[in-house]
Design a protein around this ligand. Structure first.
Ligand code: PLP
Length: 412
């Protein structure tokens, strides 16, 4: 590695190799096998749950199958946290349902329970029908306020699908995220707390629902000697090789989570800049994994290079994970981070330090803006002011010092 500091990248521990070796030797190079079942058991143990875990090809697949498990059908409405990554909402459209975006509360940055309650009442009034599910996200690893969210969900008797993609190892009141909803989705993408090089899992309430999820993940194939299908299915299973990587990662999961919490602690102790505040656990029940350490930057803070922020269009992917992105056709959109935030991002990038704006709320995304939304202004305000700082297992105390010094040097 050069001396660039990336936002977050997973790290191989070496413990993965024997599992992969074994898979090769046993010729288990298919989307089932001992590593898959072993990984599922490891996850159940880690989560401390009697629920059944099904390993899948991605967290997005897990969310899709979770919606199917809840019986969400075309035309149904699904309440979704607006402040999130698009993968929380896209699967709602895969099943032909209508996403109804709900804004955040400022403590956890996750779905506002009061707004959710009002929004459900309003949907019923407007459509005569109860929303079919609630998708709650634990953003940047921060648990949602489950006491209050589950109270609203049970008041209306609407099931919860938990998007815990970023919250592996986080807990609320001692219970692990991913186990609160009827279904829970985990991600093992290459930037998550642990990785399978790309993968996910669905936490299911029981054997029967796990079996059903696996059936859909296996092209909805029925039990005949030949291929018989009565429903549309998907190819969503996890490969035995990927699961082998996952098994090795599970051996260091606690260490990685501790590293993230240490990173947060370090920023807490050393990032002492007026006008910049670190997002913290908002109460004793919240125990974030701090998958990403995030800050809010006061709009009155003056930063070098603000006049040049947004002077050029982005011509490459922002971020280490990369991949193929479409081309934006303007320098500005109608909702973007404040100039001082963009100036810090650009200033850090010049010093080889990757940082990134917060997730842009879904109700501000052109692809979803036509759907109903219940907005209190919090998610937009967070997006204007927020920045994610380098946080992964490669980020050392020295790197964090460099990040802090670089930010300080940018403040006027
Ligand atoms: C909040 C959130 N939900 C869902 C996903 C989807 O996970 P995956 O990339 O494994 O499909 C991600 C991450 O990519 C995420 O950050």
């Amino acid at each position: 590695m050069d001396d660039r500091i990336l936002l977050r990248m997973c790290k191989m521990s070496g413990h993965e190799l024997p599992f992969i070796q074994e898979a090769f030797e046993g010729e288990w190079v298919v989307p089932l096998g001992p590593n898959v079942t072993g990984f599922e058991k490891d996850l159940e143990k880690f989560l401390g749950t009697d629920k059944k875990v099904v390993a899948l090809s991605s967290g997005t697949a897990a969310l899709h199958l979770g919606l199917l498990g809840l019986g969400v059908e075309p035309g149904d409405e699904v309440m979704v946290q607006s402040m999130t990554f698009s993968a929380s909402v896209n699967p709602v459209r895969y099943v032909g349902a209508i996403p109804v975006m709900v804004d955040s509360e400022c403590e956890s940055w996750n779905m506002d329970p009061v707004l959710l309650d009002n929004a459900i009442a309003d949907r019923i009034k407007k459509t005569g029908k109860k929303p079919k599910a609630i998708v709650v996200v634990c953003l940047y690893g921060m648990p949602a306020d489950y006491d209050r969210i589950l109270e609203v969900a049970s008041k209306w008797n609407i099931p919860v699908l938990e998007d815990a993609a970023e919250a592996f190892g986080s807990s609320f009141d001692g219970q692990k995220c991913g186990t609160f909803g009827t279904f829970g989705a985990l991600s093992f993408n290459g930037n998550k707390m642990i990785t399978t090089s790309g993968g996910g899992a669905l936490v299911c309430p029981d054997e029967e629902s796990a079996r059903k999820a696996m059936y859909y993940a296996t092209q909805a194939r029925l039990g005949y000697a030949y291929y018989q299908h009565e429903e549309v299915g998907y190819n969503y299973r996890m490969s035995n090789i990927s699961a082998g990587i996952g098994r090795g990662q599970m051996m260091v999961a606690d260490e990685y989570i501790a590293h993230h919490r240490h990173r947060q602690q370090y920023y807490r102790e050393h990032l002492d800049i007026d006008g910049i505040s670190l997002h913290e656990n908002p109460g004793v029940k919240f125990d974030s994994n701090f998958w990403l350490c995030t800050v809010l930057i006061d709009e009155t803070l003056r930063v070098k290079g603000e006049d040049k922020a947004y002077s050029a269009a982005i011509t490459s992917t922002v971020g280490g994970a990369g991949g193929v992105t479409g081309v934006g056709n303007s320098i500005h959109t109608d909702c973007e981070p404040n100039r001082n935030v963009e100036a810090i991002r650009l200033g850090l990038a010049e010093k080889g330090i990757e940082s990134r704006p917060l997730w842009k709320p879904m109700h501000k995304q052109p692809v979803f803006s036509k759907y109903p939304s219940y907005i209190n202004g919090i998610s937009e305000s967070l997006f204007h002011r927020g920045l994610c700082l380098p946080s992964g297992p490669y980020v050392t105390d020295r790197d964090a010092d460099r990040v802090i010094e670089a930010i300080k040097s940018l403040i006027i």
